[in-house]
Design a binder for this molecule. Sequence first.
Ligand SMILES: [Zn+2]
Length: 377
Amino acid sequence: MTERLAPNSLLSQLDMQPRVRSFLARALEQGRTSHAYLFLGAPGSGKLEAAWALAQALICDDGGCGTCDHCVRVARRTHPDVHLFSPESATGYLIAQTRELLEDVALAPIRAKAKVYIVDRAEQLRANSANALLKTLEEPPAGVTFILLGTSADAMLPTIVSRCQCVPFRTLSEEQAVAAVERACGAPRGRCRMALSVTGGPARAAEFLKSAERQDARRATVRALDMLRRSDEADILMAAKDLVLAVKAPLDEVKSTQKAVLEQNADYLSRGALKQLEDRNKRELSARERSGIMEALASARSLLRDCLLRLEDPAADLVNEDVPEVVERLAAATDTAGAVRALEAVSRAEARIARNITPQLAIEVMLFDIRKALLCL
Ligand SMILES: [Zn+2]
């Protein structure tokens, strides 16, 4: 069945999950949307895109026209009445985050008639942070919709699952994921494959390919690994510094968007609400920096996997097909055991960053470890 969807709406672009699209479109058309959804599916199955698409349709006065001020703001992720929550500590959601969310839910919308809360990785709502949320999830104020995202109902608190309408997302094959990235950004297939291996999902891959700065950060990672063979200590420290700077570069745009949203809403909001928005902005910046660093680490992993693949099979199909010479040089300098140990060094760096060790230090240690592993020192 085909739905009547505005061509510019985010919902019309949900090609990867046609059944989810039909389901949501029908509910919207019949005015039967739920006040709490739980989108369930593997990473990269398009849950976050679907959440933004549903948010747009709920916030827009015309059910998601794709062109009005509300729709444009939601598409740019700058609508003050659509909130995205992600766990802010390595162990999950903080109690303070839930408290802030509940305080915000009680406030009237700023621009639109409705408000939407997207709660990413909802399995990380543990008992202490989730209990306060349960009552609101069951009976939110009029006009408020929750969209929780999770990988499987089994990993979530049953008290949360039972209060939401569950929407299953199918897992995409690699082929389907590559096709989705190609459609979303028009980049050549090889670039799409590389971006998927760096970001883990089609939506993030398409964003990555549209961001010159994020691609620069990947290039800085590739460069750092490539020069390890002939690096001394000072070179490695410098490379780590460059890499962290490259990761931070895209944050300038986030900062200016935050500033613009603050300025636009300064007249609408109370001092307390402004302070809350500022605090949230700060936390968003540090979360984005962390995810940028994780993306750099994923670039390192992708390159080292190619190196391992090359060592095992000289005719292997590389993911980092834009830098085959780097893969060749890495493979020539080491053996299978070295490449495996280098990959372990990347995992250790991820664990360190999750434990809130400064990115610069984690990257320095990782580069030293990778050099040692590759050169079998
Ligand atoms: Zn609209």
